[in-house]
Design a protein around this ligand. Sequence first.
Ligand SMILES: *Cc1c(COP(=O)(O)O)cnc(C)c1O
Length: 378
Amino acid sequence: MSDHSFVFSEKPIRIDHGEGVRLYAEDGTEYLDLGASYACTPAGHCHPEVLSRTTEQLEQLFYVQASYPHDQRDELYEKLAHTAPGDVDYTWLCNSGTEANEAALKFARSATGRSKILSTTRGFHGRTMGALACTWKDKYKQPFEPLIDGVEFVPYGDADAMREAVDDETAAVILEPLQGEGGINPASTGYLQAVREATAEHGAAMVMDEIQTGLGRTGSFWASDAHDVVPDILTTAKGLANGLPVGATLCREWVAEDAGPHGSTFSGGPAICAAANATLDVIHDEGLAENAAAVGEYLRSELEASVGDEVRDVRGNGLMVGVEVKRGANRMLRDLALNHQILALPAGRTVVRLLPPLTLTESDADEAVDAITEVVTS
Ligand SMILES: *Cc1c(COP(=O)(O)O)cnc(C)c1O
């Protein structure tokens, strides 16, 4: 552990290398990775195709500024437009989720000429001043206030409250289709469609934050697809380059054509685009959304059968799973890591969050269920 680290509390495990759903510590211990470091490696650690295509591009050119067109960037724009719901065809590339949301808020304000932004209770949208203002938890915000003005929170899942809150002053509604950090809280199709209708009616932009739910994680390529909702802006990041830093703000033409001035030095460099192109190809070619749907369903039903009475709830979609426990999640996560060599994540104090690589198999899921059962019942 370093004496110079201060933002993160470090864990007593030093990871040395990884392959697929496995991580290996310096001392040789093998771990089953059910967190994928916050969903950042959907194709699995060190996927050979992502590795070789990124390395090839690095050998040719690390970076060239976004005003010089580049094949890798063109290909990524093309791929994102192709996978995005409906006519969400325009892409802004950046380096993280919070930046993707920051851009979404700026584009929405510019395109609508309005300033009011609606977010949802228990939502999480990032840590820069604008995205942080849209994040629910006071603990994350309070020391840094004042944040940006004009953000109001509406109860997540309450269609009537949203209909009431959206008006002709509203620039944007930002929300997750299934809340991650807030505790793995799924939204119904009816709710998401009501948000879509209310925003359309008042000319406000619907911003779907798919930073955690996207790229096949919830069993469809975007969670929006499963709800038949086409937002005006969709944000993605986390696993888009399988562990290298990238984010993207996808939008419809009416937003793109009046998005206002914006920029970033590291927008869409060739190497990062090569990694993202390879990752998207692997997700498609290996059917990882379909695998997430099938193995996710299996994992949840096995968990319910095995620990159903010992926990408060098992919920989620695809391989975005929350187990709400009766005692603290952190104690369980420590037990899982140190005694069962399984790495997972918390979502608040009482939810154990599973976001494994989307290559997880049923036999990996069995391993997870056995360990979680032991930890919960011990
Ligand atoms: C992780 C996350 C973010 C922030 O992404 P960073 O890359 O950490 O800035 C925003 N929204 C959601 C839903 C997330 O899960």
